[in-house]
Design a protein around this ligand. Structure first.
Ligand code: SF4
Length: 109
């Protein structure tokens, strides 16, 4: 029988989740950028993964206060007026807002 409160098991599950979340970042580091960020349109709320342009509007269990695109590991830097690129594959054709958020947020940007 499995004990869900086993700290070793929780550590393993946490590490597995972080590894899965960082795979898209690693893949993009290894591949050349495909397009110029500056020419991309701005994302709309709901673009993917419960994305919102203002993290204050996030209505998702995964959201934690202080999480914004600008401090996410996928953030690629500002391109224009508070909007910037996101390295996650599902945001390759849009700019995201520095104050935005989505449910694949990874701390460390
Ligand atoms: S992956 Fe990160 S930078 Fe990209 S939209 Fe989601 S929270 Fe913002």
């Amino acid at each position: 029988m499995t004990d869900d409160t086993d700290p070793t098991r929780r550590k393993l599950l946490r590490r597995a989740a972080i590894t899965v979340a960082t795979i898209p970042v690693a893949g993009l580091i290894l591949h050349p950028r495909r397009k110029a960020w500056a020419d991309l349109p701005e994302a709309e709320d709901g673009h993917a993964h419960h994305y919102v342009n203002d993290a204050a509007d996030a209505d998702h269990d995964a959201y934690e206060e202080g999480q914004i695109c600008e401090n996410c590991a996928f953030w690629a830097g500002e391109e224009r007026n508070g909007w910037g690129g996101c390295h996650h594959p599902d945001f390759q054709n849009v700019l995201v807002n520095a104050d935005g958020w989505c449910s694949v947020y990874v701390s460390g940007g």
